[in-house]
Each structure stands twice: as structure tokens, then as C-alpha cells.
Design a protein around this ligand. Structure first.
Ligand SMILES: *[C@@H]1O[C@H](CO)[C@@H](O)[C@H](O)[C@H]1NC(C)=O
Ligand SMILES: *[C@@H]1O[C@H](CO)[C@@H](O)[C@H](O)[C@H]1NC(C)=O
Length: 357
């Protein structure tokens, strides 16, 4: 177990605002701190520490190593617990390779965490809760401004496919705003990734499951992701990749899959609506014949299909033949497609560029 001297006071140290100072000095300090924060944001999170980050990086850097090497934590959660509440600069939590059998939660009051592993095949966090979908996630991220890289989350209750009853059991639940996942794996069977709400960018991730395995009301772009269907778990039935949760016509949420690969065993529809205005766009994605020729299902919104926005645009591969699709699949005009597939759909203010990378 580590002793890192991570005190809330230490965390605040880089940006002191002495209230006794004259206004102009305080103003200059604020500017200085703002530029300091911007500079720090360009560092990169490594096992050794922050690369190219100014200041006392030891305060902002935590290592997790299951062997308990000195100066490290042995669990991911204990490392997150060591981050001060309401911290306002990036913390690098570097997680050594290994299988971590624990549930991990980033609470709402711990923003600015970068959780980085040594590759999604090497650093894996596994648990098997399945009482309710809300109780089940192996990883729950509730804070804004979170970056996760090169790590995998699995709910092992039904993954790998086994003899257990098939129930909703999430690998991850993401409910903060401004969250970026790069080369992250999510493995489960039903309800694998609960993309609850907020703006999220998933790049080069792998998401595996069979039923509603990407679901929720997030406003998200999945770019260059592998969507892996475990259809052999449902002999004779077709699964569902998405169950999007847009509730009103004015809501801006929706799932966009851009340049993704959809493959796997058995068969799955691209989605069904969890809520009445569900919106899902598959754009320039590669479908094997794992995609059910009907494409989509109206679930409990039969008769209100006109409310749904389920779209394919420029997809290719054997599963992309739309001749047998449901008649109500939507066509979007080019400018709406352009608006939803541009990074500004999830990032109009540049938060992705400012994350440490
Ligand atoms: C950080 O990155 C941004 C965007 O790439 C760049 O404009 C800025 O100059 C960089 N800041 C530092 C301190 O390197
Ligand atoms: C499309 O997917 C198939 C099957 O996974 C793969 O063999 C093929 O190379 C992919 N095509 C492109 C252009 O990526």
C-alpha cells in the first residue's frame, strides 16, 4: 500500500488565490493558473510519471501494481480513493498489467482522472455482479472530465459465455460529461455498456455482447470501434447491438458509429428503441453477415416508428445490404449526417484536445 502524501492541500497547491492580494494580482494569478492548467493538460500519463508536465508531478501521479511494489497501490479503487475530492487538475493513475478482481467507481466529485492501463489485453478489471443492471457494473464513472486508455472492463457473469442464467450484467456505466475512452474493452452479454448520459468519445474500443449491449441516453461517437456480437449465446434468436434511450424529439443524445467493424457469431439487429425517440447512426461501417437483414426492431414502439431515427449511411460489407430492412429505417440528409459524425457533435468547445494524451 502506498504512502503518497496525497493531501487535498497538496492538490490545491499549484493554484493558490490569496484572498488578501490586490485584485489585479489575483487576476494575474488566475491567468497564470489557467495557462498552467492548459500546459499540464498536454503531458502524458506514463508509468514513470507525467511526461512533459510542469510542476510537482509526483503529487498527481499514482501507480497501481498487483505485486504491491513500494510506492504503488494494489487495487484500482484504492488509487481512485487517494485522489482528493473536487480536485481541479489531471491525475494520472497508471495501472500495471494484470487481472484486477474488483469493482471500480469514480465518484462524481473526482473529475480530471486519467485511468491508463498497459493495453486492453493486458490490464483487465473483472467482476460478476448481476442483481440489477444498476448494481451490476464492474466500472462506474460518474465524474466529468475522465479519460480511460488501454484497459478492459468485463462483467464475467455471462462472459465468456457459460451456464449461468442470462441476465443484464453491465461491464461499465458512464454517466459523467466529457469522457474519453481510447482502446478500451467492454465485455459482457446483456447490457454490457451503459452509456447513460453526457458527451462521450469512444475511439478504437471493443464492445462485446449479444443483447442491448450498448444502451442508454449518452451523446456519443464510437469511432473505429470493434462491435463484437456473441450471437452464439442465443441459439436461433437474433440479438440487439444498441438500445438507445432518447426520450424527446428535442433531446440531443444519440449513438453514432463511425468507421466501425461489426462482426461476430450468430445474428443481431443494429438496434431497438429503449425510449421512444431513440437515435442511432451507423456511418461508413463494415458489417459482416452477423447483421440481421431486417436491421432494426421497434420493440415496444410499434406504430410509433416515425419517432425513431435509425440510420445507416455509407456502410459496406455483406451485412450492409439494405434491401430487406424494415420499411421505417430513416434516411438522414447529408447535413444532419455531417453534423452528427463531426467531432463537434460531442465536443464543440475543444475538451478532447485538452485531455492529456
Ligand atoms: C497543448 O496542446 C494544444 C493543442 O494541441 C496547443 O495549442 C498548445 O500550445 C499546447 N500547450 C503546450 C504547453 O504545449
Ligand atoms: C470488413 O470486415 C471484414 C470481416 O471482419 C474484414 O475481413 C475486412 O477486411 C473489413 N474490410 C475493411 C475495408 O476493413
Amino acid at each position: 500500500m502506498a504512502s503518497l502524501g496525497l493531501s487535498p492541500a497538496g492538490a490545491q497547491a499549484p493554484c493558490p488565490y490569496p484572498s488578501s492580494a490586490p485584485v489585479i494580482i489575483r487576476f494575474l494569478l488566475v491567468l497564470l493558473c489557467a495557462s498552467f492548467a492548459a500546459a499540464a493538460a498536454n503531458g502524458s500519463c506514463t508509468w514513470q510519471g507525467w511526461k512533459d508536465a510542469p510542476g510537482d508531478a509526483s503529487q498527481w501521479h499514482i501507480r497501481v501494481d498487483p505485486s504491491g511494489q513500494s510506492g504503488t497501490f494494489t487495487t484500482v479503487q484504492s488509487a481512485i480513493d487517494a485522489v482528493p475530492e473536487n480536485n481541479n487538475h489531471w491525475f494520472c493513475i497508471y495501472v500495471k498489467e494484470g487481472t484486477y478482481r474488483e469493482k471500480v467507481q469514480i465518484p462524481k466529485n473526482k473529475p480530471f482522472i486519467i485511468l491508463k492501463g498497459r493495453g486492453k489485453r493486458n490490464t483487465e478489471i473483472v467482476w460478476d455482479d448481476h442483481e440489477t443492471v444498476a448494481q451490476s457494473p464492474t466500472f462506474t464513472s460518474s465524474a466529468d472530465n475522465i479519460v480511460v486508455k488501454s484497459i478492459s472492463f468485463r462483467n464475467s457473469y455471462n462472459n465468456p459465455v457459460n451456464e449461468n442464467p442470462k441476465v443484464p450484467a453491465a461491464a461499465a456505466m458512464i454517466r459523467g460529461d466529457k469522457s474519453y475512452f481510447y482502446r478500451v474493452g467492454f465485455s459482457g452479454l446483456q447490457d454490457t455498456l451503459w452509456d447513460v448520459e453526457g458527451r462521450h468519445y469512444f475511439k478504437r474500443c471493443t464492445i462485446q455482447g449479444a443483447v442491448d449491449f450498448i444502451f442508454g441516453g449518452g451523446q456519443s461517437i464510437y469511432e473505429g470501434c470493434a462491435i463484437s456480437v456473441l450471437g452464439n449465446a442465443l441459439p436461433g434468436l437474433s440479438g440487439f447491438i444498441t438500445a438507445q434511450g432518447r426520450e424527446n424529439e428535442q433531446d440531443t443524445d444519440g449513438f453514432v458509429f463511425k468507421n466501425c467493424n461489426v462482426f461476430g457469431s450468430g445474428s443481431a439487429k443494429l438496434g431497438r428503441p429503449w425510449r421512444g425517440y431513440a437515435r442511432v447512426l451507423f456511418y461508413h461501417s463494415n458489417f459482416t453477415d452477423v447483421v440481421d437483414p431486417k436491421g432494426w426492431d421497434a420493440w415496444s414502439f410499434v406504430g410509433r416508428e416515425y419517432q425513431l431515427t435509425f440510420v445507416e449511411y455509407g456502410c459496406y460489407g455483406p451485412g450492409a445490404d439494405t434491401s430487406k430492412r424494415v420499411s421505417w429505417e430513416r434516411k438522414l440528409d447529408d447535413s444532419s449526417v455531417q453534423q452528427m459524425t463531426s467531432l463537434s457533435y460531442v465536443d464543440s468547445e475543444g475538451w478532447i484536445d485538452r485531455t492529456p494524451f
